[in-house]
Design a protein around this ligand. Structure first.
Ligand code: ATP
Ligand code: MG
Length: 149
């Protein structure tokens, strides 16, 4: 089904309303496309990424920028944060289920968020990967097939 990602982000922001408010997080997005997909899965995809971007924040208020560009036959999305970053040695591991880089005392969580994101992206015909520098921030990239209307 056609899914307007601007409304998906609206749902995500209202689901995460108290987390966003408590952390004074800013979530920036403009003119996201409509894609063919499953709306509840797409909510979960963006929600898991934004939840991480807020959880793994640094001292300053989290700022999350969602951008998209149209490639040949797919959209390339970027979800960029200004958080603690991820060691490049761990880029593969974080997408595996129950793999976490921190103790429960440091950050709570089960380690399934990104494994679910990867499944959802693959179900939508895309790929997901990460780029990051420790102490600077992280960008998750993923592709979703594009269809013209
Ligand atoms: P949950 O199942 O509650 O989401 P989780 O957040 O620990 O638990 P994932 O979302 O799968 O699990 O993330 C896996 C690991 O990747 C995290 O434990 C964290 O170490 C790292 N990580 C994920 N997103 C970020 C991010 N935006 N910035 C820094 N580290 C991140
Ligand atoms: Mg998570």
């Amino acid at each position: 089904y056609p899914v307007d990602l601007n409304s998906i982000l609206g749902i995500v922001c209202s689901n995460l309303e108290s987390t966003i408010r408590q952390n004074q997080a800013t979530i920036i997005y403009h003119n996201l496309p409509t894609v063919i997909g499953d709306s509840s899965q797409l909510v979960q995809l963006f929600q898991n990424l934004i939840d991480n971007a807020i959880k793994y924040r640094r001292e300053e208020p989290p700022k999350i920028q969602i951008s998209v560009e149209l490639r040949e036959n797919e959209y390339l999305f970027a979800v960029k944060d200004n958080g603690i970053g991820i060691d490049p040695k761990c880029f593969e591991r974080i997408f595996q289920i129950f793999q976490r880089l921190h103790t429960p005392e440091e950050y709570s969580g089960t380690g399934i968020g990104l494994a679910i994101c990867q499944k959802i992206v693959e179900l939508h015909g895309g790929r997901i990967w990460v780029e990051s520098h420790l102490g600077e921030g992280t960008t998750f990239y993923f592709t979703i097939s594009s269809y013209s209307y």
